[in-house]
Design a protein around this ligand. Structure first.
Ligand code: CS2
Length: 470
């Protein structure tokens, strides 16, 4: 029997209170579900008008379903499907930038949330400051119809100010350290270039709470569509697959205190997110990236395949116990060794096929907060993390250990490849100040050089084994 197509129910709809920028799988499997549950628990008009900043694919798939979709929780015990009905509408920014600005300037909208990935903030990853030379920022300075997320935020805040409205809260949900301060900084810096009075108003009235977001959500693969149908009997053109675990820690600082009742559905509302985000970025994302580069080079397709190899599972544990935890301060109530054990179990979940290639993407934007922060603070040698940096250097050369081509996705891919193929790849890459501060570069030059040489001599798996023997 052919499966019935998913269709949004006919129940009452809340009004739109949130515009979300960046309609990827992560937001649909994380923030959107919290918002839906918060409204179910405590009410409120927090329907979501989402915007894709690049392509129409998700809008085109979701529109015939009334923007409903299935989120499949994939755990070792099996799959559990949930229908999510919280997106009211999807805009595709490049088709009509003015319509997105108008949507963000709507008086009913009180929050603009973002999942635009690290590179979407158009900042310098090593310093966090707005990159005024970024082509999208140059474009957004030259015309009032923007391309970048900071450009949309600034133009929409300008429209609200001109209309005598309060600003919206900017709720960033990307894996950046001090993500609230980073987005605040890029928005104010861009506004400063356009209208200094606007910048002053944003600085005084705007709110940019920091958040720590966590849920493993691999990109949906074509075969996932049948998997979802098997789990619930419905046909969804664009489902999302996620692990059961989720966490959201939010700085409770919203314009006029207006927000969904996130605390009712398990989000942690705190005054200081920093220790939570450092724990998550360094312990989860730091080992994710390390396993992604070295696992990919060793021939593993996914994180679960990588840590099914005991050598790599032991490597992750070594990174946590000997290199990362020693320089980390535990957030209130957290037990870092127990957090590490839980991470390993999450990586081992065989129901989640998270490609090493996907995590390896955009390394130039990820390395500073995931790995280099720990290396900057380390008091003892960190051969494992230095090997991970060397693995990234090898990876961005675009050729793997068997001589096969690697499809390197990174905004700096061309420059990375050129430097990685030079006579002295380690020095050439360490000289990139967008990634490595001169201080970190000087600190790690010798051990990363040694790790790189061992990687060439022994291959990724052999070099990992050698680190374990240390
Ligand atoms: C991953 C993250 O793709 C990546 O770089 O490390 O997306 C990771 O799955 C999430 O941060 C988990 O919360």
């Amino acid at each position: 029997m052919p499966a019935e197509p998913l269709q949004r129910g006919t129940g009452a709809r809340p009004g739109v209170g949130i515009v979300h920028l960046g309609l990827g799988a992560f937001f649909r499997a994380h923030g959107a579900i919290y918002v839906a549950e918060a409204m179910a628990a405590s009410g409120g008009d927090w329907g979501i008008r989402a915007a894709s900043l690049q392509t129409p694919g998700t809008r085109d798939a979701l529109a015939p379903q009334g923007y409903a979709y299935i989120a499949l929780s994939a755990g070792p015990q099996g799959d559990v499907a949930q229908v999510v009905e919280v997106i009211e509408d999807v805009l595709v920014a490049p088709e009509n930038p003015a319509a997105l600005i108008a949507a963000m300037a709507d008086p009913a909208v009180r929050i603009v949330s973002l999942t635009v990935t690290e590179k979407g903030y158009c900042h310098n990853p090593a310093t966090g400051a707005l990159n005024l030379d970024h082509p999208d920022i140059q474009h957004d300075l030259a015309t009032p119809l923007p391309r970048s997320a900071p450009g949309y935020l600034v133009r929409a805040l300008a429209a609200r100010r001109a209309a005598g409205l309060r600003p919206f809260t900017v709720l960033t949900c990307d894996n950046l350290p001090h993500n609230g301060a980073v987005v605040r900084g890029v928005v104010i810096a861009l506004a400063q270039q356009i209208d200094p009075a606007l910048a002053d108003w944003i600085a005084a009235e705007g709110r940019f709470p920091a958040t720590m977001v966590d849920r493993i959500v691999p990109a949906t693969k074509p075969e996932d569509l049948d998997r979802v149908t098997r789990a619930c009997g419905l046909r969804d053109a664009s489902p999302v697959i996620h692990e059961p675990f989720r966490q959201w820690v939010i700085e409770d600082d919203f314009v006029d205190g207006l927000r969904p009742d996130f605390a009712a559905v398990g989000a942690q509302m705190v005054t200081d997110v920093a220790p939570y985000e450092l724990m998550k970025l360094r312990m989860l994302n730091g080992t994710h990236s390390s396993l992604a580069y070295l696992g990919y080079l060793a021939g593993y397709e996914t994180i679960s395949d990588t840590v099914a190899d005991p050598v790599f599972a032991a490597f992750a544990q070594r990174l946590w116990q000997k290199e990362i935890i020693p320089v980390l301060q535990a957030p209130p109530g957290a037990d870092l060794p127990a957090y590490a054990d839980a991470l390993l179990a999450r990586y081992q979940n065989p129901a989640i096929r998270h490609r090493t290639w996907q995590i390896a993407m955009d390394g130039s934007q990820k390395l500073p907060q995931r790995i280099l922060g720990t290396l900057a603070e380390a008091k003892t040698p960190c051969p494992g993390l230095c090997l991970a940096v060397a693995g990234w250097m090898r990876y961005v050369s675009g050729t793997d250990e068997t001589g096969a081509a690697i499809e390197v996705k990174d905004p700096l891919a061309e420059e990375l490849r050129r430097r990685a193929r030079s006579n002295d790849p380690v020095s050439a890459l360490l000289a990139m100040e967008a990634v490595f501060s001169p201080k970190v570069a000087a600190r790690i030059a010798v051990p990363v050089g040694q790790a790189y040489a061992r990687l060439l001599a022994l291959g990724a798996r052999g070099a990992v084994e050698e680190v374990l023997a240390k």
